[in-house]
Write a protein of this length. Sequence first.
Length: 399
Amino acid sequence: MMDKLFEQEIQKQSVFLDSNKISPHYIPNELPYREKELKSIIQILAPALSGKKPGNLFIYGKTGLGKTAISRQVVEKLLEYAKKYNSKIDSVYTNCHIHNTQYRVLINSLNKKGFKDLTGYASSHLYEKLLSYVDSDGKTLIIILDEIDKVKDINELIYLLTRSNDELEKGHVSLIGISNNVMFKEKLDPRSKSTLCEKEMVFAPYNAKQIQEILNQRVKIGFKENSVSDSAINLVAALAASENGDIRYSLNLLLKGGELADNAGDNQVTDEHINTARKIVEEDIVLSLIDTLPEYQQLVLFTIAKLAELGENNKNLLGETIDTWISGEVYKHYTELSKQFGKETRSARWFREYLKDLEMTGLITTTMSGAGQRGTTQLIKLAFPADKILNVMKKQYDL
DNA sequence: CCTCCACAGGAAGCGCAGGAGT
DNA sequence: ACTCCTGCGCTTCCTGTGGAGG
């Protein structure tokens, strides 16, 4: 019985040749339309080959534009060359979304370099360990900090890591910081800012045509021939273009679309699959955004979503749907709802901080009021359809 | 023009948790 | 085990801002 099920699964036809190659985590050998960026990073890091300290680099750009892929690729190539020419270069990659403090970044870096059982040590001790690791043979250590904006004590971390260059007898430490948060740079200490942003680079979005080309390449290696209709690829490219040229998003669409086709037993991915995939992927995005939110922010979001739901049957005098509220109004409803759920009500001041946080996650958008409204107040609007948010929240918390 | 309203957001301070030092 | 310190989440208080309304 079980054997039969496995047999069936194996023999099931698939549109995929190798679904791993469609995964956003897969780094292809060639990254089209990034030659310029590739060249600049190589130029910045190249001094390491002759034992000089490469400049620190800050890379900024929206999600899914190849920041991580390019940096990792360049560093990998650099290590190959270093071997060939006998230069001592080493690198360590840390995703700060997971390792989001100075301490955790240090632990992670040392772990990856083969140091074990480090928990319990003070961070000064970890720092010493890292220093001696670099100093032992005078290597150049390139530290890649992805999603660097997620580190809580980022100023201290930057200071610590760059200060190490003064204390090292031989060898250097060089930083590559990657972020998709525009505001991040402005929140840095002026001192950290000038160190980290010694060299700076901005990744521009791909346009629809470039996305199409990139997707075609991936489809060729990830899908069987003719398993994705041309119009489906066009649709994915168009959708991604409207999402700031986010390749990761488009790959997720293709991956989901392929799975949907497989499940339905279809031998080609069509527009229909992509449209369904889009709904699923979007819901996943909303879910993951909401999921990481603290409880009290979720309640605020829920309040706004509830208002939006009501607002759909609530037209203003011009017959337009009401989809924007002033913060005082939302706060009133929030206090009512929190009583209803038996939660403590936060002060209006802190409520405003919640709004700011929600805006940071991109779940809501706010604008300052102008004429037609007394004084200055925030006008609050959901960034996603209310039913989508409510659906996700209902599933999660059976509200 | 002046006052009032409705809010924004800074500053101070408070209780608490979790480390570091002793 | 104990104090001390620090950061965090939050409240309270306060000043500032700009349109509405007299």
